[in-house]
Design a protein around this ligand. Structure first.
Ligand code: HQG
Length: 182
């Protein structure tokens, strides 16, 4: 597959495994999994014929490790980022003192007032490193890096979850735990 095809298929997989499985007539289980066989059949029926090894290549090369195959390789799901109801079962974890969130400048007034909200997703997404985070913010406008006092949040009783692809998830970040740029 060319890099362009990989990105196109990966984006389509994100769509069906996170947001709109009905687009290709599939249903995910309560933890977001689908049998690889069923997924490949549905993709083929909708003009995206992929082999099993194509799918493995997409999983392996996804820059943010967006997808996971289960240990026996029979099922696949998105690691995070869903808008449909799924129970991912990621283990609660103790976050580092500081985590980061990239957003766009136009959202700052609302975030100062209400904190970070999960919007269409299941959780607020945070990262332990800043580079990816700024790119995430740049998708929506002038990127702004917010520093989250995750250690303080955790001690105050907020739960955090770490996904296999190193995304930190939490329900919401109240404004008092956010360091805003000047
Ligand atoms: C903003 C990518 C106004 C929030 C990345 C963000 C990430 C508020 C947008 C993953 C707000 C939601 C998630 C408030 C938050 N008022 N705006 N109170 N609270 N926002 O896409 O974090 O490529 O749902 O700052 O790597 O941008 O999809 O979340 O700008 O991990 O694999 O509302 O997406 O991964 O946007 O990105 P999103 P996100 P993938």
């Amino acid at each position: 597959m060319t890099p362009k095809q990989l990105v196109s298929h990966s984006k389509f997989l994100s769509l069906v495994l996170r947001h709109e499985p009905e687009t290709i007539g599939i249903t995910l289980d309560s933890a977001g999994w689908i049998a690889v066989e069923d997924l490949l059949a549905a993709l083929a029926a909708h003009g995206r014929a992929l082999t099993r090894s194509d799918l493995e290549e997409i999983v392996r090369t996804s820059d943010k490790q967006r997808f996971a195959l289960c240990p026996d390789g029979h099922r696949i799901r998105a690691n995070q980022g869903h808008s449909i109801e799924v129970e991912l079962g990621h283990a609660p974890a103790v976050p580092p003192e500081l985590l980061y969130h990239g957003t766009a400048a136009q959202f700052l007034p609302a975030i100062r007032e209400r904190g970070l909200c999960k919007m269409q997703r299941h959780h607020v997404h945070l990262s332990a490193e800043t580079e990816i985070t700024l790119k995430v913010g740049a998708r929506r406008g002038r990127p702004v890096l917010l520093i989250i006092r995750a250690g303080d949040m955790h001690r105050a009783g907020h739960a955090f979850f770490l996904t296999p692809n190193q995304v930190w998830l939490t329900d919401q970040v109240p404004p008092e735990f956010i360091e805003f740029p000047n």
